[in-house]
Design a binder for this molecule. Structure first.
Ligand SMILES: CC(C)(COP(=O)(O)OP(=O)(O)OC[C@H]1O[C@@H](n2cnc3c(N)ncnc32)[C@H](O)[C@@H]1OP(=O)(O)O)[C@@H](O)C(=O)NCCC(=O)NCCS
Length: 197
């Protein structure tokens, strides 16, 4: 599963990348990180709406871009049996994306999403590895995030990645018109040794 990071990442993510565990399909798909721009927001929002019961609005993404937050798309080519949806002008399609907010010596992960047809293939783990590497390169010591209490797949992903639960924000997320849901606050120490997969 682990191999040297191929050339396709060069310059696409502003991190001193050396090696990362790369999903096996990466070369076949010509995977690349690209900065998310306003031109991507229709495609991004289509993925977002298909991945969440409570998706970010287009405005959330736009605000993050306008604030200058790091926002990257993971794009790839379709395999012969696939019909890319949503499409991009360059023929690649969004495999996933993340949006983060840098702080003084920490980075806050605001959104990480994998396009549903590509889930459970290691792409979220790959994006988290890349984000941790980039964050260390920025001098950050901690990566923070909030996750819905009911989001078992994401909580499992983060636990497997070495994040620890450090708090709860009561009623942080909307659940229905009358109900709210708690957020679990999780933290990854970037100065600690990486967990073994
Ligand atoms: C959560 C999410 C980002 C995971 O993406 P992914 O690419 O499928 O995750 P990976 O394939 O990298 O999985 C890595 C590990 O996470 C855990 N995991 C991921 N999806 C899981 C699921 N559905 N059930 C249980 N564990 C899961 C597993 O431990 C997995 O390792 P394994 O496959 O070796 O068991 C994806 O399901 C998603 O986009 N969900 C909707 C958006 C969302 O909830 N984002 C997080 C908001 S806080």
């Amino acid at each position: 599963m682990t191999q040297a990071l191929p050339e396709w990442t060069a310059g696409l993510w502003p991190a001193p990348m050396d090696t990362l565990p790369v999903p096996l399909e990466a070369d076949a798909r010509g995977i690349a990180f690209m900065p998310m721009t306003e031109a991507d927001l229709d495609a991004v929002h289509a993925v977002e709406a298909s991945a969440y019961a409570h998706p970010w609005t287009r405005r959330h993404f736009l605000d993050s871009l306008q604030a200058g937050y790091p926002a990257v798309l993971l794009v790839g080519e379709a395999l012969p049996h696939e019909t890319p949806r949503p499409t991009r002008p360059d023929g690649r399609w969004p495999m996933g994306y993340l949006v983060a907010m840098p702080g003084v010596d920490e980075v806050h992960l605001l959104n990480i999403t994998v396009n549903p047809p590509h889930q459970r293939q290691g792409w979220a783990r790959f994006m988290l590895d890349a984000l941790a590497l980039w964050s260390r390169g920025q001098g950050a010591h901690t990566l923070w995030l909030e996750v819905r209490q009911s989001n078992a797949p994401a909580r499992r992903l983060y636990e497997r990645h070495g994040f620890r639960e450090v708090g709860v924000r009561r009623g942080y997320y909307p659940l229905s018109t009358l109900q709210r849901e708690d957020a679990i606050v999780m933290q990854l120490g970037l100065d600690e040794p990486e967990p073994t997969p």
